[in-house]
Every structure is written in structure tokens, then in C-alpha cells.
Design a protein around this ligand. Structure first.
Ligand SMILES: Cc1cc2nc3c(=O)[nH]c(=O)nc-3n(C[C@H](O)[C@H](O)[C@H](O)COP(=O)(O)O)c2cc1C
Length: 280
């Protein structure tokens, strides 16, 4: 952690993307950029609480994010009742970090205030279609992302929990989410006991397109990424060996093809429609 920011960023980029970059020594915001590049999720927390002042600072920072049409369609629910946390953990028993984290938050796309203002102004809301749902979801997701980064800069660990949406209706009832408010993801938050190992990403040549979208090298990029995953962050176990067998070289593409071989959350559209969003 004592290396200059430029060296830390270059080292993190090499590890994450397999790419050598030159980072200027006088980069403004270098320390913050180093922390953001070194980030990984945290699934083990120390028991100490964080202060409510710090929590407010993080919320304020996250909600200062850009917001579509200035419509501010994001909400954060802090789960404060131990019984509610226990109920959420009971829905997701394979994620013990939900019970172990000092704080558990739920980030929501929130179109309720926007609908309410139309009612109060006596105007019809004529935009009840997929884009309205998308706008609220994007706003909530941006706030979640900024919260994660702000928490990281403050030395805290986080882990988003979208598994929560496996139980969207039950979570919604538990937390009293009204119409037009949908959970995007939970977030565990606290002082880290240990961070997860650094997770490599696709090379920037696969995800950053210059001038035109270019898919000509997609297969090579997928192969190269599999190679780096197997070399730098091998999977500890293979999914569904009884169904798919044991692969000699088990990389990211095989893992994801197994993970998504069964339908997941096919009922989420019905839940969202039940919240009165229209998805057409
Ligand atoms: C929207 C979203 C939902 C996620 N849901 C879960 C989850 O339900 N459980 C979990 O353990 N991790 C979850 N994660 C964490 C990812 O597994 C993690 O970000 C990914 O493996 C890459 O690791 P890294 O963030 O350390 O680079 C989620 C991340 C995001 C952005």
C-alpha cells in the first residue's frame, strides 16, 4: 500500500486485464484511482459497527450520482431490525456474509415519487412503458455502484447481493416496498476482515471499442480470458459435476455456461409488473 499511486494502478491493471499501461506519476486523484483499481468484494467482516455519521456520508456521496432527467429514482433501505436481517439471511442461507456484516442495505429502483408528483400536479403519467422501468433501475444501479466505490475509499468492504431478487416478493413485503419500487440488489457493508482475491476481467481490447463496435476477435478474447482465469484465479470447484462431468480445463466460459444452464428468476418480470411497472 506504500507504493506510489501510479505503480499501484499499473500493477492492478496488469493483474486485472493482463495489460501493461503507463500511468503518469503526477496523476490527479491517483490515490483514489489506485483504491478503485485494487477493489474486490468483501465477504468477511469485523464485528465493529460503523458510525451513523460515516453511513450518512456514504449515502450522501452515492445519491450525488448523476440521475436520469434529474428524476432521482433511487432509494436505499437500511435493514435495521435484527429480525428482518435474520429473515433475509434465512432466505439465502448459503451467503453467511449477510448475517455477518455490520450493515445490510437494499438498493432500489424507485418510481414511486415520480408517479406521486404527477398525481399531485393533476397530470396523467403517459410514460408507463419499459423505458420508465429502465430509468429507475439504472438510477438505482448507479447509486449502488457509487456507494461501493465511496465505501472502498473510506476503507470499508462491500458485497452486492442480487440473489435477494430470488425472493423479491418476500423482501418487498418485509421492507414495505410500495408500488413502483423494486429491489435491485442488497449490499453487505462493514470493516473488512478479509477481501476476496482480486478478480481478473476481460482485456480492455474486448470491452473498449474504438470508433465502431468490433466483434471480430470475440472468440480469441474469450479464449484468452479463459487462459488468464485458469492461470491467475482458478475456480476452487466445478459446478454441477454430476450433470456436466469434470472438465480438464475449467475456465470462465465453462463456469458461466454451467451456472446459467437452468432458468433463474424467470418470475422477476411478473414481480415487476405486480409493482405496476409496464415492461412493453
Ligand atoms: C449487481 C451485482 C449483484 C451481485 N450479487 C451477488 C450475490 O448475490 N452474492 C455474492 O456473493 N456476490 C454477488 N455479487 C458480487 C460478484 O460476484 C463480484 O462482483 C464478481 O464475482 C467479481 O468480483 P469482484 O467484484 O471482486 O471483482 C454481485 C455483484 C453485482 C455487481
Amino acid at each position: 500500500m506504500n507504493a506510489p499511486a501510479s505503480k499501484r494502478i499499473a500493477a492492478a491493471v496488469l493483474q486485472r486485464y493482463g495489460e501493461t499501461i503507463t500511468v503518469p506519476d503526477d496523476l490527479r486523484g491517483g490515490d483514489a484511482l489506485a483504491v478503485m483499481n485494487e477493489r474486490s468484494v468483501c465477504r468477511r467482516y469485523r464485528p465493529e459497527p460503523l458510525s451513523s455519521e460515516l453511513f450518512r456520508v456514504l449515502c450522501a456521496t452515492a445519491l450525488a450520482s448523476p440521475t436520469k432527467s434529474d428524476a432521482q429514482q433511487a432509494s436505499i433501505v437500511r435493514v435495521t431490525q435484527p429480525g428482518d436481517r435474520a429473515a433475509i439471511h434465512a432466505m439465502l442461507p448459503d451467503s453467511p456474509w449477510i448475517a455477518g456484516a455490520p450493515e445490510f442495505l437494499v438498493f432500489c429502483g424507485d418510481g414511486s415519487r415520480f408517479r406521486r408528483l404527477f398525481e399531485r400536479r393533476g397530470r396523467a403519467f403517459t410514460n408507463e412503458h419499459l423505458d420508465a422501468f429502465f430509468n429507475a433501475t439504472v438510477d438505482g444501479a448507479i447509486v449502488l455502484s457509487t456507494f461501493v466505490q465511496a465505501a472502498g475509499l473510506a476503507g470499508l468492504g462491500t458485497c452486492p447481493i442480487s440473489e435477494l431478487r430470488n425472493h423479491a416478493q418476500a423482501v418487498s413485503q418485509l421492507l414495505g416496498l410500495p408500488d413502483w419500487v423494486v429491489p435491485i440488489a442488497g449490499l453487505t457493508l462493514g470493516w473488512p476482515e478479509a477481501m476476496e482475491p482480486f478478480s481478473p476481467r476481460f482485456a480492455l481490447t474486448a470491452t473498449v471499442h474504438e470508433g465502431r463496435y468490433d466483434a471480430t476477435r470475440m472468440d480469441e478474447e474469450l479464449d484468452a480470458y479463459d487462459e488468464r482465469r485458469i492461470r491467475d484465479r482458478p475456480y476452487r470447484r466445478q459446478r454441477q459435476v454430476e450433470r456436466f462431468g469434470s472438465a480438464e480445463r475449467y475456465g470462465w466460459t465453462e463456469d458461466k455456461a454451467r451456472q446459467y444452464s437452468d432458468p433463474q428468476r424467470a418470475d422477476f418480470g411478473a414481480f415487476v409488473r405486480g409493482k405496476r411497472f409496464r415492461l412493453d
